[in-house]
Write a protein that binds this ligand. Structure first.
Ligand code: FES
Length: 157
């Protein structure tokens, strides 16, 4: 687990790397989320100051983009594609199965607290859906039993 002091050091390094770039805010937010897993509230003031923006401007950008998280992620992340082609191939049923198996609804955290269940809107492999992203792994043609095996696999890992 990253301590606050380590996180501050990482933030400083990211700000130093990007602050003089044009349009630095998004690269900074991406780098920070890649590094810490999310964008903690306490970083907003430092980012705003480094870029000469208001805190409201930084906060507005963070909340506008769904990609950015403002709370710490669970150990694992499951995204199920909800866009049209995957829906036509059964992603709604797959999502319902995942919700039941994990004991949470979409946008929620599993009852075992170790996995976030998220929607995603197209992963670019529409012909081979339903598609999921489990942690950093993209998997196509996922049905309920395959999902169960994959979930079992991440828990065993
Ligand atoms: S619709 Fe699911 S990958 Fe495109």
């Amino acid at each position: 687990m990253t301590t606050q002091q380590q996180a501050r050091t990482q933030l400083q390094a990211i700000l130093d790397t990007h602050r003089h770039e044009a349009g630095a805010l998004l690269p900074i937010l991406h780098a920070l989320q890649d590094s810490l897993g999310y964008i903690p509230d306490w970083t907003v003031a430092d980012i705003a100051q480094a870029l000469n923006l208001s805190r409201a401007e930084v906060h507005g950008v963070i909340t506008f983009y769904h990609h950015f998280r403002t709370s710490a992620p669970a150990a694992h992340n499951l995204q199920i594609c909800q866009a049209e082609a995957c829906q036509a191939r059964g992603s709604r049923e797959l999502t319902a199965h995942a919700e039941q198996a994990l004991g949470c609804s979409l946008h929620g955290r599993s009852s075992s607290h170790d996995l976030d269940l998220q929607p995603v809107y197209c992963l670019g492999l529409c012909a081979t859906g339903p598609n999921i992203m489990l942690d950093d792994k993209l998997v196509s043609r996922v049905d309920a039993s395959r999902l169960d095996r994959l979930l079992h696999g991440v828990k065993e890992a």
